[in-house]
Design a protein around this ligand. Structure first.
Ligand SMILES: [Cu+2]
Length: 175
């Protein structure tokens, strides 16, 4: 008799406990899907600068307008800093600029986007070595505005590196 009462009490206690646990669990079940950032460029730690090589590219008149100037490319470890300094366009207007494959007369696809030029200036860290930028046939091209992307205002070719006397243009293109 006494044992049965105890068993009943224990059973009820267990039920209460389970119910409490269930409620507690339900109240706390915050199923937050951990969104993994995709597509965001991984912030690369600044590598030690082993080579301080830089070169200046002359940006001539574009196909449709003339905001000529210069681009300075500086090797920064496995990145390249690209600083554009061209004739300013309309004040405050962002002018899209890119490193394109191809030549200024035959522009290819965008290889690396650059920070839009504003008031003639733009600075970008490109995730490619200066060496690799010089192994292909690349140009820097600036557009009039986002709305008038088809209007080219300045362009200049990144000089290709030549191994020995034979220009190996595009032969080592890793992309
Ligand atoms: Cu472009």
């Amino acid at each position: 008799m006494r044992g049965r009462v105890l068993a009943t009490v224990l059973t009820m206690a267990l039920v209460v406990l389970l119910a409490a646990c269930g409620q507690y669990g339900a109240g706390n079940s915050t199923s937050s899907p951990t969104a993994t950032p995709s597509g965001a460029p991984a912030a690369q730690p600044t590598p030690p600068i082993t080579t301080e090589r830089s070169l200046t590219v002359t940006l001539g008149p574009g196909r449709d307008a003339d905001q000529s100037g210069t681009a300075t490319l500086s090797a920064k470890g496995d990145q390249t800093q690209v600083v554009l300094n061209i004739k300013p366009g309309p004040a405050g207007v962002a002018q899209p600029s890119h490193i394109h494959a191809g030549t200024c007369s035959e522009l290819g696809g965008i290889r690396y986007p650059l920070a839009s030029v504003v008031d003639g200036k733009s600075t970008t860290m490109v995730g490619a070595t200066l060496d690799s930028l010089q192994r292909g046939t690349f140009v820097i091209n600036v557009h009039k505005s986002a709305a008038e992307i088809g209007v080219y205002v300045t362009c200049g070719a990144i000089p290709s590196q030549t191994a020995g006397t034979t220009p190996a243009v595009g032969s080592n293109e890793p992309y």
